[in-house]
Design a protein around this ligand. Structure first.
Ligand code: IPE
Ligand code: IPE
Ligand code: MG
Length: 245
């Protein structure tokens, strides 16, 4: 499958899909002598601001890394606080997101989440399914390697059942068997807090994504920072392995 520029919004200068690793909440709180949870709470404000800024800019898909497969290893108190904030967010923000025309989606191993959170997610996805504004993808209990391994297993089962031949499996089929099948690959990936790593986020999907790293901690990341990342993206020359123009 040739990897092509995806400019569904018709303007190659505006990324169709922006993915964000929202990092640095704990350090933001520690620097103020506050508990880490305060950083997570403040981070929810940045989520609100960035959703609005993305819609305004004409971005069509925004994927936010909210909780990784590995974040389950954190102290149980912090995991509980994060799940509590997620619950609150799903209960309180949905009406506003719906009003803004946002289509809400979750990727990740949702079966590991509490049953009431799973129910809130399902209700949110159903309620916003037909919205035509920004698609907001929240990655929860998400790990890129797990997603790839789960997909490989599902395809292996199809081969075993005789539904597929091994020779049917190519990049195209694999991509369309991932949870992100109907979502274009991210054009731009932003990571806050100065860390410059992928931390098991969208491993398959970021093959040709442009990366922007900023030292700003997530709770301080607002519309102006988002717009600065879009402007950095505009100056990139995406070659996809070919020769530039
Ligand atoms: C990002 O902030 C939020 C989650 C990973 C859930 P962190 O909690 O990782 O904050 P730092 O990186 O420790 O500062
Ligand atoms: C990545 O941040 C996960 C999320 C932002 C949800 P981490 O803080 O968990 O990543 P590492 O541990 O610094 O790589
Ligand atoms: Mg972190």
């Amino acid at each position: 499958m040739p990897i092509k520029p995806q400019s569904q919004n018709g303007d190659i200068h505006v990324p169709t899909h922006v993915a964000i690793i929202m990092d640095g909440n704990g350090r933001w709180a520690s620097a103020r002598g506050l508990p880490r949870t305060e950083g997570h709470r403040q981070g929810a404000e940045s989520v609100r601001a960035v959703i609005k800024a993305a819609s305004r800019a004409g971005v069509e898909y925004l994927t936010l890394f909210g909780f990784s497969s590995e974040n389950w290893k954190r102290p149980s108190g912090e995991v509980m606080d994060l799940m509590g904030l997620l619950r609150l967010y799903l209960r309180k923000e949905l009406a506003e997101l719906h009003k803004q025309g946002v289509r809400f989606r979750v990727i990740g191993e949702r079966s590991r989440l509490a049953p009431d959170i799973q129910a809130l997610i399902e209700a949110a996805e159903n309620r916003t399914r037909d919205n035509v504004g920004l698609t907001l993808v929240l990655a929860l209990s998400y790990g890129g390697r797990a997603e790839i391994a789960n997909t490989a297993r599902a395809l292996a089962e199809k081969v075993q059942n005789g539904e597929l031949l091994p020779s049917d499996i190519d990049e195209n089929l694999f991509a369309s068997s991932l949870e992100t099948a109907d979502i274009p690959d991210p054009d731009l990936l932003i990571r806050t807090s100065g860390e410059q790593r992928i931390s098991n986020f969208l491993l398959w999907q970021t093959a040709y994504t442009e990366f922007v790293f900023t030292d700003t901690l997530w709770p301080d990341f607002r519309a102006d920072e988002f717009e600065a990342a879009l402007s950095a993206f505009r100056s990139r020359d995406r070659r996809y392995g070919a020769v530039g123009v």
